[in-house]
Design a protein around this ligand. Structure first.
Ligand code: FAD
Length: 393
């Protein structure tokens, strides 16, 4: 079998893998990507935030600005004016191609990583390219940027594919009578154990999607989409019906964040390291940022630089993701009635605080407020139980 030597093998040409490659200097690398092209098929909805995309230097022609977010339950609606801190919807294919244009690796599309084994000097990985068959890559380090597949870690027995994940389906279609700076999130009967969304793009289309957490629910996203389309919810939310649509679909892990990112010379980043937010499953800005930081750490060629990257990533994500994952687990059990009550609470929150929940950015003030509320509720339940046991005096 043909063997090619390189310094670093990157597995996965999504935002995480491409961003690692974009910041590698002085290192030779190969990136293998199982899809035929970068950025297609689309497996994500592209929702993000203006302040993040500006910080990451993403050009404005790659996103649509959103300054109004409507949140719906089955009977309620909360309108959030977010013009002060707008959201964006990214042109996913355009963004991935832009990232690929900055990548320093030798990129091989239609090339699937199959397995790897440790050898004296590093790793010998077997890949298969469509039309060319199997070949091997000898590298000193491997980056697992394969998303929820976690394929490298699994191949080496270092970790496993997530047992809990979120799957989503999205219909993208052209619209003429929709306010293109308005996005929608909806919760309740039509997206139980998950949520739905309507995102406008800069291509004159909207992305109408529903996602569900498995195994919290065994509902199929396609059936959920059909039920939504058979209902009058789209009219209620002011969303045009799809005539001619294109389907996007994808999976993300929905498990607790784990702090081990570096396994010697095998390092994971992006969804293979559970880096999408537990609240809404938003991963693009985080995968790009952490991918770039990892690329810079790899360029330093010292184990210390990698440990520092791991420590800083954990410092940024671990606590917030722990809280977010509690929210995720509770929301996965919510009934339609729970969502009505939740919307009632959302109505009272200032828009910036609600967005902080959606962004999974929990400040100490929010944490203390939440914990006090829980303690107060628990105390109230105890008093109620005591009154129930002893009877009114
Ligand atoms: C339905 C849905 C909607 C989402 N919406 C949003 C959103 O609105 N905003 C947001 O910020 N995030 C969103 N996300 C999350 C976001 O898409 C992910 O967090 C992000 O794409 C993760 O990037 P990644 O590079 O780690 O993994 P991926 O994007 O999954 O990329 C990994 C790549 O590796 C390739 N690969 C896998 N196995 C192999 C192999 N054996 N060999 C070679 N290549 C391989 C895959 O084909 C894939 O293209 C959404 C996710 C889903 C599923």
């Amino acid at each position: 079998m043909r063997v090619v030597d390189t310094d670093i093998l990157i597995v996965g040409g999504g935002p995480a893998g491409l961003s690692v490659s974009g910041r590698l200097t002085g290192r030779q690398s190969i990136l293998v990507h199982q899809d035929r092209e970068i950025g297609l098929p689309v497996r994500t909805s592209g929702g993000s935030w203006l302040k993040d995309v500006q910080r990451l230097g993403i050009p404005p022609d790659l996103y649509q600005l959103v300054d109004r977010l409507d949140v719906f339950s089955d009977t309620r609606q909360v309108v959030c004016d977010i013009a002060d801190a707008p959201a964006v919807v990214l042109d996913v294919t355009g963004l991935y191609r832009w990232l690929a244009a900055q990548a320093s690796s030798d990129i091989h599309c239609a090339t699937k990583f199959l397995r790897t084994e440790q050898t004296g000097e590093g790793y010998l990985s077997t890949v298969r390219t469509v039309g060319q068959g199997e070949w091997q890559i000898r590298s000193r380090q491997i980056i697992d940027a394969s998303g929820w597949h976690c394929i490298v870690l699994e191949s080496l027995g270092l970790n496993r594919k997530p047992e809990r994940d979120a799957v989503g389906i999205e219909y993208e279609y052209p619209v003429t009578d929709f306010q293109m700076d308005r996005a929608i999130l909806f919760f309740g009967a039509f997206a139980l154990s998950g949520y739905g969304w309507v995102f406008p793009t800069n291509k004159g289309t909207v992305r109408l999607g529903v996602g569900v957490i498995r195994p919290a629910s065994d509902a199929s996203p396609r059936d959920m989409m059909n039920a939504l389309l058979a209902s009058d919810q789209l009219e209620r939310m002011g969303v045009p019906r799809p005539q001619d649509h294109h389907v996007n679909a994808g999976t993300i892990p929905s498990v607790a964040y784990e702090k081990q990112l570096v396994y010697g010379d095998v390092i994971r980043v992006g969804d293979s390291a559970n880096m999408a937010t537990p609240t809404l499953g938003e991963g693009l800005r985080i995968c790009i940022e952490q991918g770039r930081l990892l690329g810079e750490a790899l360029s330093e060629q010292t184990p210390k630089a990698l440990q520092l990257w791991q420590r800083q990533a954990n410092g940024k994500l671990a606590l917030n993701y722990k809280i977010g994952f509690w929210v995720n687990q509770a929301a996965a059990r919510y009934t339609a009635q729970n969502w009505e009550r939740s919307l009632k609470r959302m109505e009272k929150l200032p828009a910036h605080e609600l967005m902080a929940y959606f962004r999974n950015d929990f400040s100490w003030g929010m944490i203390i407020q939440r914990v006090s509320l829980l303690i107060w509720r628990k105390g109230l339940d105890k008093v109620r139980a005591m009154c129930g046991q002893q009877g009114p005096t």
